[in-house]
Design a protein around this ligand. Structure first.
Ligand code: NDP
Ligand code: OXD
Length: 307
């Protein structure tokens, strides 16, 4: 049996999974089932205790790219394989999101908005794409596509990862020691890292200060990677000119949080790249077949490294 929990589109997922895996019995929360019969769970942030009695689980499929929350759960046997989505239509959505922020900064749209409120008709100079230096943190399924696509559009792109990745037109920065150098050459910093022990709190005030004066940040990785108080301080001082934020330390962002009303912040409710039913189900169904045949599923999470 395959048991499903998702806060959105449950019926769509159930239908699509049943079609793609006719040999499996696909049931969904909150239907009561014999937990011992559940072999596969397909989930996004299921309620506490969800996995408790699923003693025969063979894999958990996460309906997203990030696995930080599932790795923190205490109701899931740590030996059960976790499989995440790899791209599944999210990389292109993320590129669109990031490109919106890049163009906002490069083409001075914030300044034009301010001028509009003053009814000021005034042309501003804008750097070319080639003069706009973008630093992408994380060169995985999503960050890799974003970095190489921006480079193909003519931006001066550098990317940062643990092991390094050669991508066309992207300058490769590798490992912790190279991070300050990457920041120092980034007019726009794009964070697309997974949340792990190493990346939590990575972009604190000291690290963000390596960005050049007047730089901007786009964060669609995870909120806990950026120190929000330090970010606000750097925006207030003018060291940073703009922040586009999709993820936050606490989600939903509390209504009293100062980020909501900051004039240099554009924020969105964790929508940069949404899970799409069709490609997600296709990937999960293929992975279930792979597991049944004794193979290694695409997107198998390495628990020790946290992604
Ligand atoms: P991948 O696992 O494919 O890629 C992760 C990348 O991060 C790899 O390049 C990896 O380097 C790098 N990395 C990990 N840890 C470190 C570190 N300590 N130092 C340097 N580089 C590091 O992930 P995806 O691209 O699929 O997704 C990335 C993240 O994007 C997700 O985990 C999630 O947090 C976020 N996300 C946000 C969404 C949104 O809507 N806001 C939607 C989807 C994802 P290496 O390969 O060398 O190990
Ligand atoms: C994801 C996300 O990790 O939505 O897929 O953040």
């Amino acid at each position: 049996m395959l048991y499903l929990y998702t806060p959105q589109d449950m019926a769509c997922y159930q239908h699509a999974l049943q079609q793609a895996l006719p040999q499996q019995e696909v049931r969904c929360w909150p239907e009561e089932v014999a937990a011992v019969q559940v072999k596969y769970a397909v989930v996004w942030n299921p309620p506490a205790g969800f996995f408790k009695y699923m003693v025969n689980l063979q894999a958990v499929f996460v309906l997203g790219a990030g696995v930080d929350r599932i790795l923190k759960r205490d109701d899931l046997d740590p030996t059960v394989p976790i499989v995440r989505l790899t791209d599944a239509g999210m990389a292109q959505q993320m590129l669109e999101y990031v490109l919106y922020g890049v163009l906002h900064v490069q083409r001075q749209m914030g300044q034009y908005r301010r001028q509009q409120t003053l009814r000021q008709w005034q042309a501003l100079t804008a750097p070319s794409a080639g003069q706009t230096r973008i630093g992408v943190l994380g060169l995985g399924e999503i960050g890799g596509w974003v970095a190489q696509s921006l480079a193909a559009m003519g931006y001066a792109v550098a990317g940062w990862s643990r092991a390094g990745r050669q991508l066309p037109g992207v300058q490769d920065y590798i490992g912790q020691a190279a991070l300050p150098d990457l920041l120092a050459r980034s007019d726009i910093l794009v964070n697309l890292l997974p949340a792990t022990v190493q990346t939590r709190g990575l972009l604190d005030g000291r690290m963000l200060s390596h960005l050049p004066s007047g730089a901007a940040i786009i964060n669609a990785g995870r909120g806990e990677q950026v120190d929000e108080a330090a970010l606000l301080g750097l925006l207030d001082s003018g060291h940073l000119r703009f922040a586009m934020l999709d993820v936050f330390e606490v989600e939903p962002l509390e209504s009293v949080h100062p980020l909501w009303s900051h004039p240099s912040v554009l924020l969105t409710p964790h929508i940069a790249a949404m899970t799409l039913v069709e490609p997600a189900v296709e990937q999960i169904a293929a992975n279930v077949q792979t597991i049944i045949q004794g193979g290694v599923p695409q997107g198998l999470v390495e628990r020790e490294r946290g992604y």
